[in-house]
Unconditional design. Structure first.
Length: 155
């Protein structure tokens, strides 16, 4: 599986692709580096994102999950940068349960690109903020939300 790593303010990140779609984003430096045009585009988008660019992510993503998780992730990708929605609202608009949203955010294989950090989990009793996939869990989630809130081009 081709993968390409980059440095970020949250630590090293590795993006993995399969069949011309992104399937994973992990914290840490991948062992086997293989640059493809798609992985280069993903790393370029992430570099720009961390530099404050507010261009939405339009990369092809194929997260592996249950149909409910995929429905939640598909909706979460529509939440504009710098905005958040309550978990219950995400569940309603994605036509899944709150528990499905909590599970989708806890098991997100492509964090940042699928921006679960834009889901406000207050009031979701089953959500543990430290399950956010970054090396520092809740701190990485808060960093991403602050990064987007402080971006200069937001409406």
């Amino acid at each position: 599986m081709p993968q390409l790593s980059l440095h970020s303010p949250t630590g090293p990140l590795t993006v993995s692709a399969e069949d011309d779609t992104i399937v994973a984003l992990d914290w840490g430096w991948g062992r086997d580096q293989e640059e493809t045009p798609l992985l280069r585009r993903a790393c370029d988008w992430l570099d720009a994102y961390f530099d404050g660019d507010t261009t939405p992510c339009t990369l092809p993503l194929s997260p592996y999950g249950t149909p409910q998780q995929v429905a939640a992730w598909t909706f979460i990708r529509t939440i504009p940068m710098g905005h958040t929605l309550p978990c219950a609202e995400v569940a309603r608009q994605a036509s899944v349960t709150v528990a499905d949203v909590v599970t989708a955010c806890s098991e997100n294989p492509i964090p940042i690109l699928i921006p679960c950090h834009r889901v406000n989990m207050e009031g979701c009793a089953d959500y543990d903020a430290d399950t956010y996939p970054g090396d520092r869990g809740a701190m990485d989630r808060a960093f991403l939300r602050d990064l987007e809130t402080d971006a200069p081009d937001l409406d």
